[in-house]
Design a protein around this ligand. Structure first.
Ligand code: HEC
Length: 227
């Protein structure tokens, strides 16, 4: 009975461990948007008693300017910077440490698109994006390019859970949960007709004249060729 219990708990442990192992290939639901599903710190560093999450990586986002319009798109560049000088594990292809991330927007804000061949993946709802494989830092930074399309009007938030890992296991990893707010507004209405537009209309007869002139010229040439 004890043996059976051990086997069962062993199996349970294995089942519990399996989804975690899959996180080597990226993870959804850990951006920090959904409190009930947690964030990177659950497993990386935070699970190691006594190890502080220091120094945290920095997360920067470009492309969330004030020109975002309803129905339009934002071209985003999410950059993770390591601040940890301890280095990583060369054998794990992380000599200078590696990055990974999971970003999400509030529901209905828009839909993520990743370029073909990009090292990123989106979830079924297309409101989350994540790395597929860890990316080695180069000069201390890794940038991920992604498009957020079908923007909806209003105030929104981009949530980014990022990890700066040593490439080996949970220890020596640093995580950061960052959020960035952005506003999407309706595009300005088409310009009212102005005096300039009237000027264009006045210019039209001139254009008609020159067309007439061209026809006349061609006709003369043709006549000339016949003669
Ligand atoms: C449920 C636990 C869990 C959560 C939450 C989690 N990970 Fe992981 N992650 C793992 C496990 C297990 C591995 C494989 C062991 C390792 O290398 O640390 C891993 C590996 C990684 C790796 C590759 C590291 C390597 O050594 O190959 C990266 C990068 C990574 N995770 C990033 C993240 C990011 C970013 C988040 C939050 C958005 C996150 N993880 C959340 C469990 C988790």
């Amino acid at each position: 009975m004890t043996k059976l219990t051990t086997t069962i708990s062993g199996l349970l442990l294995l089942v519990a461990a399996l989804p975690a192992v899959a996180n080597n290939t990226g993870i959804f639901g850990k951006s920090g948007r959904d409190e009930e599903t947690g964030s990177c710190i659950q497993c990386h560093t935070g699970s190691t008693p006594g190890e502080p999450n220091q120094p945290e990586p920095a997360v920067l986002v470009e492309g969330l300017g004030d020109n975002l319009t309803t129905g339009g798109f934002a071209t985003l560049r999410i950059t993770v910077k390591t601040n940890d000088p301890t280095g990583g594990v060369a054998a794990a292809a992380c000599p200078d440490r590696c990055a990974g991330f999971n970003a999400a927007v509030d529901e209905g804000a828009g839909f993520f698109l990743v370029p073909d061949g990009s090292p990123l993946q989106v979830n079924a709802a297309r409101d989350e994006v994540s790395h597929v494989a860890k990316s080695p830092f180069q000069d201390g930074a890794v940038s991920y390019d992604v498009v957020l399309t079908g923007l909806s009007r209003g105030d929104h938030t981009l949530f980014v859970g990022a990890a700066d890992v040593d490439g080996e296991n949970f220890t020596g990893d640093r995580v950061k949960a960052a959020r960035f707010t952005f506003a999407v507004t309706d595009p300005p209405p088409p310009p009212e007709p102005t005096d300039d537009a009237a000027g264009c209309a006045q210019a039209a007869p001139t254009a008609a004249w020159s067309t007439a002139g061209l026809v006349l010229l061609l006709a003369r040439r043709r006549r000339g060729a016949r003669a």
